[in-house]
Design a protein around this ligand. Structure first.
Ligand SMILES: Nc1ncnc2c1ncn2[C@@H]1O[C@H](COP(=O)(O)OP(=O)(O)O)[C@@H](O)[C@H]1O
Ligand SMILES: [Mg+2]
Length: 278
């Protein structure tokens, strides 16, 4: 995987966006506002995921990335705005209903069940299904993507490394056969090699199975190499939107997200001093 990651990355980045621009997007978020009590975390965000594509939302810690995903998956209800999945408004539905519609969510921090085995965690992912043959088939497919999980099927998930838990969290969501997958910072806390491996698999699942993806990340470099379209989120607002190819070439992105991406104090200060895209 790591040997071919570079070349794979390049070919995906160069590939045309999967869906035609005129096609109805699989996800359309319009003007959502979400609050924690009196605190407005999302301030009128609109975004689209074309069917078959990978879309990323980049943003620093606290920008509101997790809140956007929670609002889409029904964990939070927006005060204003609409969320349309495959043409149907879902912003007031319970998370359980939304999962059944084919929208999966891999939450921040993975949230696997630590005392259940890997196998049991995977089966939890298939709880809405009763087609045994299909489930067995999907398990095999997932072992193909993540052979390491197959080796650890009977171990408690809490014994897995961070990277393996991320693989398990993604696999668990795939067990519902989602058509759209929300991914909340899959790179968080993982070594660069594991990050490459996991993003490589995200690209494969997208390309081989046509699963659309909405990926939120602080790791701008990896996200921009993986996704087709990108949005930049700052304090609850979208401040830029473009193809990832053009975002990678943007001076502001290079300076604030790629050059200063290790968000040391220096990067933060420069960020505050010069914001040209407002
Ligand atoms: N449960 C909560 N209660 C109150 N404020 C919250 C809660 N969760 C997040 N926030 C605030 O909402 C904003 C957006 O948070 P979040 O969506 O988690 O950002 P990100 O995922 O981009 O790091 C932040 O200012 C954060 O402090
Ligand atoms: Mg977050």
């Amino acid at each position: 995987m790591t040997m071919t990651a570079e070349s794979e990355m390049k070919s995906v980045a160069d590939a045309p966006v999967a869906a035609a621009p005129s096609a109805e997007p699989i996800l359309k978020v319009s003007n959502i506002e979400s609050y924690y009590g009196p605190i407005m975390a999302i301030r009128g965000v609109s975004l689209e995921v074309p069917r078959g594509s990978i879309v990323t939302v980049l943003g620093a810690n606290g920008a509101g990335k997790t809140t956007i995903l929670k609002t889409i998956s029904g964990v939070l209800d927006p005060l204003k705005g609409t969320v349309e999945f495959e043409g149907k408004q879902i912003q007031r539905l319970d998370p359980d209903r939304i999962v059944r519609l084919g929208l999966g969510h891999v939450p921040e921090g993975r949230e696997v069940f630590p005392f259940l085995t890997v196998r049991e965690n995977l089966m939890m992912g298939a709880y809405i299904r009763s087609d045994r043959a299909g489930i067995a088939e999907d398990l095999e497919r997932i072992y193909g993507y993540f052979p390491r999980l197959k080796e650890r099927l009977d171990q408690p998930a809490g014994h897995l490394s961070g990277g393996e838990q991320q693989m398990l969290a993604i696999s668990r969501a795939l067990m519902n056969r989602p058509r759209l997958l929300l991914l909340d910072e899959p790179s968080l806390g993982l070594s660069p090699i594991l990050v490459k491996e996991i993003f490589g698999i995200i690209r494969r699942v997208n390309a081989e199975e046509g699963v659309s993806m909405l990926l939120v990340e602080q790791n701008a470099r990896m996200a921009l190499e993986t996704a087709h379209h990108g949005y930049v989120l700052e304090v609850g607002r979208i401040v830029m939107a473009d193809t990832c190819e053009r975002l990678r070439e943007s001076k502001d992105i290079q300076e604030f997200y790629l050059g200063a991406r290790d968000h040391g104090e220096r990067g933060e200060r420069r960020w505050k001093r010069k914001k040209t895209w407002r």
